[in-house]
Ligand binder design. Structure first.
Ligand code: HPA
Length: 234
């Protein structure tokens, strides 16, 4: 069995999947942290791998950029492949001056300017939240390892290059810690299916200070985030 976007067979994918945005980062994570790695997906170069970490079966797959992309891949992982825990490991732009480059955010909630939740026909605004089980584990792992984390609400934006250059300041005024482009859809898909999702982010740039990391630095700057994500699994 395979889908239009994933040529894995049933059973090829673990119940817990790490989801970086970049498929080459999925390959890097598999090569660096997992043992006995088998590639399960090549469609559209959205690489996915299954291996073991400290004897536990775990998978890692790219989600692509943006709510539509992670919406597709996470839906299929849940509904076609039986995945129960989805952990996004990504980067974000900081909206708050307390956040430095490389700081870690555990996204307890995701706000959005996307229409993603309109599909549920709710008579109101849906608040997308992380699974408490994964969030509390992540926080405990981080505390035990002495890794500082910022736990809060983030913005999953549909817009990277915003014509309204001050829009971010109004989200920042609401306590939003930073911006990325995927968590809201991941949390909605997980909630609707009754499974677990969490988003862990490394600050890669700051809207406040204009500081930013280079793409090369980004690729290698996520060790703290990976320690937390892998600590949840073990
Ligand atoms: N905006 C949106 N997504 C991001 C950013 C950003 O500044 N940085 C990392 N992901």
């Amino acid at each position: 069995m395979s889908t239009a976007h994933n040529n894995a067979n049933i059973g090829d994918i673990a119940e817990t999947v790490l989801l970086p945005g970049d498929p080459l980062r999925a390959k890097y994570i598999a090569d660096t942290f997992l043992e006995d790695v088998v590639q399960f997906n090549t469609v559209r170069n959205m690489f996915g791998y299954t291996g073991t970490y400290k004897g536990k079966k775990v998978s890692v797959m790219g989600s692509g950029m943006g709510i539509p992309s992670i919406g597709i891949y996470s839906f299929e992982l849940i509904h076609e492949y039986g995945v129960k825990n989805l952990i996004r490991v990504g980067s974000c732009g900081a909206y708050n001056d307390k956040l430095e480059l490389y700081d870690i955010i555990l996204a307890i909630g995701a706000s959005t300017n996307s229409n993603y939740a309109s599909q549920y026909n709710l008579n109101g605004t849906y608040s997308a939240t992380a699974s408490w089980e994964l969030l509390s584990k992540a926080k405990n792992v981080a505390d035990e390892k002495g890794i500082e984390t910022h736990v809060g609400n983030i913005l999953s934006s549909d817009i990277f290059y915003n014509a309204d250059s001050d829009a971010w300041k109004r989200w920042a005024d609401m306590g939003i810690l930073g911006v990325e482009m995927e968590a809201y859809a991941l949390y909605c898909n997980a909630a609707k299916a009754g499974i677990n999702a969490l988003t862990i982010l490394t600050v890669s740039d700051s809207l406040v200070t204009q500081k930013e990391t280079t793409p090369e630095e980004r690729q290698n700057s996520f060790s703290k985030m990976m320690e937390i994500a892998l600590g949840i699994i073990e």
